[in-house]
Design a protein around this ligand. Structure first.
Ligand SMILES: Cc1cc2nc3c(=O)[nH]c(=O)nc-3n(C[C@H](O)[C@H](O)[C@H](O)COP(=O)(O)O)c2cc1C
Ligand SMILES: [Mn+2]
Length: 418
């Protein structure tokens, strides 16, 4: 049903066969739903997340949280108490898909949040995929030190926290979440591990990852719209499971479903905007398109002030996110939400031998199905006009504005539809 609804309404499934716990999905399958959750306008979402990145607010740690109300042992069979679904056709089993993994850098104590797919492998055992970013880096430090990593998994968090977890930032994402909410996020200490978890969570799993232990995990339907293959991946050994009195289990449909795409896109767009703005002050907007799975393709509009800013935007985007492989840069008179307008800019404002940037051998992310030896060729199209282009080059063909206004005003009379 969530697949069929795509960008449609959020659904609370209250009658899940065999379970008392309801399931919620499509909470964040459009960018606008974050605006609703934060009580701001849709156009304020990107500026708010950019502002939060530059103005993080430290969380508070409190003693009480509703998720501490019902306590189970770590070896409880999760499939007995939680309606954890099999999501896509070829998935290896039941997957927790909206769980935020929280852990700390053993060197600095810095906290980190990341949504990770988690396969239920048996009572007390969960397989987890960690892309080569922060959490994986922390685990490597533990390996070098011969220690194990404490982790907590929070399920059922506010969409603002899910978005913060997606930021590619060296900051503690709970601080950036504070910036998104414009108030500190309250955290409570986990029962059995040295990790703090937002008090708003519905369900919290606690456990330990031994860097020396790996188990077969996958396949799993991933955001490129293809299955991540079966591989050896880390294992969480659970030490405690806690829930609210009547928790709700959140899921995010995997694959190219809009919720998987939008949840990652909001943060990535804001981070990319921030990076580009530091070198191209005239950047207007950044969009990661759905056709590009909200990861691989970026379109950026800029008010170009100097020659070369289009190309600078392209290489900045490549450098900002390993997944970004195709970038189109347009002038600020182009509507990014209208793919025909973007294509028109490519059609009428580029000369291939001058406006293409082709960079082979760039570091890629292993989830890119075309990545070879973890590298990929990145291609950018600079579809901006030259800074010194004549004014006519920007003028769109059309009738004078007053004529259009007059016709619009009299449209009912002209067509007989009033
Ligand atoms: C629905 C969803 C599922 C995701 N699954 C994974 C995953 O299994 N493993 C992973 O490393 N990242 C996954 N991600 C992406 C990370 O959560 C994201 O890149 C995050 O910023 C990584 O955080 P870190 O750089 O702080 O480690 C997923 C994102 C979403 C929205
Ligand atoms: Mn991080």
């Amino acid at each position: 049903m969530l697949w069929k609804l795509q960008h449609g309404p959020t659904v609370l499934f209250e009658n899940v066969d065999g379970y008392d716990t309801p399931v919620v999905g499509n909470l964040l399958n459009t960018r606008d739903k974050l605006a609703i959750a934060l009580d701001i306008g849709p156009d304020e979402v990107q500026p708010r997340v950019v502002h939060a990145l530059n103005n993080p607010i430290e969380p508070t740690v409190v003693d009480e949280a509703p998720w501490l109300d019902v306590q189970h042992p770590g070896d409880v069979d999760l499939t007995d108490i939680l309606p954890i679904p099999v999501i896509s056709e070829r998935d290896a089993g039941r997957y927790i898909s909206a769980g935020v993994l929280i852990c700390k850098d053993p060197e600095t104590g810095r906290r980190n949040m990341a949504i990770c797919r988690m396969q239920v492998q048996g009572p007390g055992q969960i397989g987890v995929y960690l892309a080569p970013t922060h959490s994986r880096g922390f685990l490597q430090t533990h390996r070098a030190r011969g220690t194990k990593m404490d982790v907590a998994v929070a399920i059922g968090l506010h969409p603002g926290l899910l978005v913060a977890s997606q930021l590619l930032t060296p900051l503690d994402e709970t601080h950036v979440a504070g910036g998104i909410f414009q108030q500190p996020v309250p955290l409570a200490r986990a029962r059995t591990v040295d990790v703090e978890v937002p008090t708003g969570a519905e369900i919290v799993l606690e456990g330990v990852i031994d860097p020396a232990e790996e188990e077969t995990e996958g396949p799993f339907g991933e955001f490129p719209g293809t299955y991540a293959p079966q591989r050896k991946n880390p294992v969480i050994r659970l030490t405690a499971v806690s829930t609210r009195e009547r928790p709700i289990f959140q899921m995010i449909v995997g694959g190219r479903h809009p919720e998987h795409l939008a949840t990652g896109a909001i943060a990535r767009e804001a981070g990319l905007f921030n990076a580009i703005r530091s070198v191209v002050p005239g950047v207007r907007r950044v969009l990661l398109t759905e056709g590009g799975t909200c990861r691989f393709h970026a379109v950026v509009s800029i008010a170009k002030r100097f020659p070369g800013e289009g190309r600078l935007t392209i290489v900045t985007a490549f450098a900002n996110q390993d997944l970004i492989k195709h970038v189109v840069v347009v002038d600020d008179d182009i509507d990014l939400d209208n793919p025909t307008d973007v294509e028109w800019a490519v059609a009428t404002r580029t000369r291939g031998h001058e406006d293409l940037v082709v960079l082979p051998g760039m570091k890629s992310n292993p989830v890119d199905p075309m990545s070879v030896d973890r590298t990929i060729t990145k291609v950018g199209i600079d579809a901006t006009l030259p800074v010194d282009a004549p004014a006519e080059a920007r003028q769109r063909v059309g009738v004078p504005a007053h004529v259009m206004e007059d016709i619009t005003h009299r449209w009912g009379d002209i067509t007989g539809n009033n």
